[in-house]
Design a binder for this molecule. Structure first.
Ligand SMILES: Cc1cc2nc3c(=O)[nH]c(=O)nc-3n(C[C@H](O)[C@H](O)[C@H](O)COP(=O)(O)OP(=O)(O)OC[C@H]3O[C@@H](n4cnc5c(N)ncnc54)[C@H](O)[C@@H]3O)c2cc1C
Length: 410
C-alpha cells in the first residue's frame, strides 16, 4: 500500500510562498490558497505606475510554480487549530469552504498601514498590488486632463497638479522618482502649458528620507530631489486627510490632486483574526525554524511573521530566503534528516531615485548615480522570476526609451 502524502497548505502567493512552493518536495500534497492567483515582483511595481514597465511583465501565475499543485483563488479567514482546518471564502463568491491540513505555512504578507489617521483610507491611494498601480497611473493622467479643461479654475488646477507622497521609505521615494521622470520625459510633450504648475511633494514624519540607507546616500537622494521639482518635507507628521486636502502637525495644509500613502506595514485581516501567538503588531511569533510559537505543524514567514529575538526587515530578500529555507527544512524533516536553524544573509539595498540614477547600499560598496542605476536594472532583471518576465521587462524598458510612456486614460 502506498503511504498517503502529508497535506501541505500554503497561504499566499508572494515572495515567501512562491519560493517555498517551487522547492518543496513531491512528498507533500501541496495546496495553495490566495486572493491573488499570481506572484508579483514588487521591487518593480513603482515602475508600472507610470508605464515604464507594463503590468503583466512583473507577474507569474502560481500554477506555473510547480507541476502538481492545487490552487484555490480564495481568502483564508481563519485557522482552526483544534480541527487543523482553514476557513476560506472564494474570490467572486460569498460561499465559504474548509480546507484540512497536516502542515500549514502562513505567508500572507502585510497591508499598508494608515496608523488610524483620519481620512487616509478614504482619500489616499496605496501601492501594494497591480490594481493599485493601475489606479495611480489612471489618476495621474486624469489629473492632467481635468487641469486642462477650460472650465477648471486656477486654484483647482494648482490642486490637481500637486502630487503628494506620504512616506519617505523606498516605495514612496521610488514612486516620486518615477512620477518625476514621467512628467519630464512624457507628459511635458503633451501638456507643455501645464507642466510649470505640476509639483511633487514628499512628506516624511522623521528627520530624513530613506532612513535605512547609509547617510551619504540619503543626503544624495534628498539633494537630487530638491534639485528637481520634488519638495521634501521632513519632520512633518500628517494629522488628517480630507478630500484633496492634507493637514500637517504644524497646522499647515497641502492641497493635492493625488495622494500616495506609503508609510509602512500593518497586519492583514487574517493575521488579526487568527488566534495564534502574535506580537503587539499582530505578526506571528516564530522560532528560527519558522514554527509559530506553541504549534508543531504551523509555520509562518515573510512580512506577517517575526523571528523571536531576531527581528528582520520586511523585505523581499528576507521573505525569499525564508521561503527557500523552509522548503529545504521541510524536505529534510520528511526524510528524517537533521535541520539547522535559519540564518539570514543580507545582500544590501537598492533604490531608484529618478533621472537614471539609483542608490546601492551593499556590504562592501555604497554606490549612487548612473552606473548604479545600470546595476539596479541588471540586479532586478536577474531577480525576475521567469525568462518571460526578463524578456518583457527588457522590452518595456526599450519601448519606453524609444517611444516614451503611454499617456492614454481608459
Ligand atoms: C511597491 C513595493 C515595492 C517594494 N520594493 C522592494 C524592494 O525593492 N526590495 C525589497 O526587498 N522589498 C521590497 N518590497 C517589500 C516586499 O515586497 C515584501 O517585503 C515581500 O513581498 C514580503 O513577502 P511575503 O511573502 O511576506 O508577502 P507578499 O509578497 O506581500 O505576499 C503576500 C501574499 O499573501 C496573500 N494573502 C493576503 N491575505 C491572504 C489571506 N487572507 N489568505 C490567503 N492569502 C492571503 C497575498 O495575496 C499575497 O499573495 C516592496 C513592497 C512594495 C509594496
Amino acid at each position: 500500500m502506498v503511504a498517503s502524502r502529508s497535506r501541505l497548505v500554503v497561504l499566499g502567493t508572494g515572495f515567501g510562498a512562491f519560493n517555498f512552493v517551487k522547492r518543496v518536495s513531491d512528498g507533500y500534497d501541496v495546496t495553495v490558497i490566495s486572493p491573488r492567483n499570481h506572484f508579483l515582483f514588487t521591487p518593480l511595481l513603482p515602475s508600472t505606475t507610470v508605464g515604464t514597465i507594463e503590468f503583466r511583465s512583473i507577474i507569474e501565475p502560481i500554477r506555473y510554480a510547480r507541476k502538481e499543485i492545487t490552487f484555490y483563488h480564495a481568502e483564508a479567514i481563519d485557522v482552526r487549530t483544534e480541527s487543523n482546518t482553514i476557513s476560506c471564502v472564494g474570490i467572486g463568491t460569498e460561499r465559504g469552504f474548509e480546507v484540512p491540513f497536516d502542515v500549514l505555512v502562513i505567508a500572507v504578507g502585510a497591508v499598508s498601514n494608515s496608523f488610524g489617521i483620519p481620512g487616509v483610507e478614504t482619500h489616499a491611494y496605496f501601492l501594494k498590488e497591480l490594481a493599485d498601480a493601475r489606479a495611480l497611473r489612471q489618476r495621474v493622467i486624469q489629473c492632467f486632463e481635468l487641469a486642462n479643461l477650460p472650465s477648471t479654475t486656477v486654484e483647482r488646477r494648482e490642486q490637481l497638479l500637486h502630487f503628494v507622497v506620504c512616506g519617505g521609505g523606498p516605495t514612496g521615494v521610488e514612486f516620486a522618482a518615477e512620477l518625476n521622470d514621467f512628467l519630464l520625459e512624457d507628459l511635458k510633450k503633451s501638456y507643455a502649458h501645464l507642466l510649470p504648475e505640476a509639483r511633487i511633494t514628499l512628506v516624511e514624519a522623521a528627520s530624513e528620507i530613506l532612513s535605512t540607507f547609509d547617510q551619504k546616500l540619503r543626503r544624495y537622494a534628498t539633494t537630487l530631489f530638491r534639485r528637481q521639482r520634488i519638495t521634501v518635507l521632513t519632520d512633518s507628521p500628517v494629522t488628517r486627510v480630507e478630500d484633496g486636502v492634507l493637514s500637517l502637525k504644524d497646522g499647515s495644509k497641502l492641497f493635492f490632486g493625488l495622494l500616495l500613502w506609503s508609510t509602512g506595514n500593518g497586519p492583514t485581516k487574517l493575521a488579526q483574526a487568527v488566534r495564534l501567538h502574535k506580537d503587539e503588531r499582530s505578526r506571528f511569533v516564530v522560532d528560527r525554524f519558522f514554527r509559530v510559537q506553541g504549534q508543531e505543524n504551523i509555520y509562518a514567514m515573510g512580512d506577517c511573521s517575526v523571528v523571536e529575538g531576531a527581528p528582520l526587515p520586511a523585505t523581499s530578500q528576507v521573505a525569499q530566503q525564508q521561503g527557500k529555507y523552509l522548503a529545504r527544512a521541510l524536505n529534510q524533516r520528511a526524510r528524517s534528516q537533521p535541520v539547522e536553524p535559519f540564518e539570514y544573509h543580507h545582500l544590501g539595498m537598492l533604490a531608484y531615485v529618478g533621472s537614471n540614477k539609483a542608490l546601492a547600499d551593499l556590504q562592501n560598496f555604497k554606490g549612487r548615480g548612473l552606473a548604479t542605476w545600470l546595476f539596479w536594472r541588471s540586479a532586478y532583471l536577474s531577480r525576475s522570476v521567469s525568462i518571460k518576465n526578463k524578456v518583457l521587462v527588457m522590452f518595456d524598458w526599450m519601448k519606453a526609451k524609444v517611444f516614451g510612456r503611454d499617456i492614454s486614460q481608459f
